[in-house]
Ligand binder design. Structure first.
Ligand code: CA2
Length: 151
């Protein structure tokens, strides 16, 4: 992929992820969200894509951002936080835009409480990466670029 008009990938971070690195490091690690965003943009340049990131604690803002990606982006990467387990609105928005989605999580959902074992996002995603801490996002970006290249 060239550098002139690189495909754009939108990375969405859901509620409370703005607190990364500041609380519960035993679960979520010490890396901050700003560190992750910078790392994603750097890796994106290496892989020939433009990375845009967005965090919100509000479901409706996440829905609007997904809708805004329809004609601008080639793929989405989503860590919907707790909305993963509750939000029909987010999965509807993802299905409506029809873009390939890679679902990522810092923690291994399946080693945690049963209510985290179900993801509404999963049925609309190409695949899910969880349990690798901040690395889940970087693996997710590589996966999304692979999906774009294949399409
Ligand atoms: O493991 C993940 O990435 C999660 O999406 C994180 C969500 C959780 O509700 C999901 O079940 C799994 C929680 C994000 C909260 O992030 C915090 C970060 C630092 C301190 C407190 C919360």
């Amino acid at each position: 992929m060239g550098t002139e008009n690189p495909p754009r990938i939108l990375v969405l971070h859901g509620p409370n992820l703005n607190m990364l690195g500041q609380r519960e490091p035993e679960i979520y690690g010490r890396t901050t969200l700003a560190d992750i965003d910078v790392g994603l943009m750097t890796l994106g340049r290496e892989l020939g894509v433009a990375v845009e990131t967005f965090q919100s604690n509000h479901e409706g803002e996440l829905v609007s951002k997904i809708q805004s990606a329809r004609d601008r982006c080639a793929a989405l990467i989503i860590n919907a936080g707790a909305y993963t387990h509750t939000s029909v609105a987010l999965v509807d928005a993802i299905l409506a835009v029809g873009l390939p989605v890679v679902e990522v999580h810092l923690s291994n959902l399946y080693k945690r409480e049963p209510f985290r074992h179900h993801s509404y996002i999963a049925r609309a995603a190409v695949g899910q990466i969880c349990g690798f801490g901040a690395e889940s996002y970087f693996l997710g970006l590589r996966a999304a670029v692979g999906v774009i290249k294949k399409a």
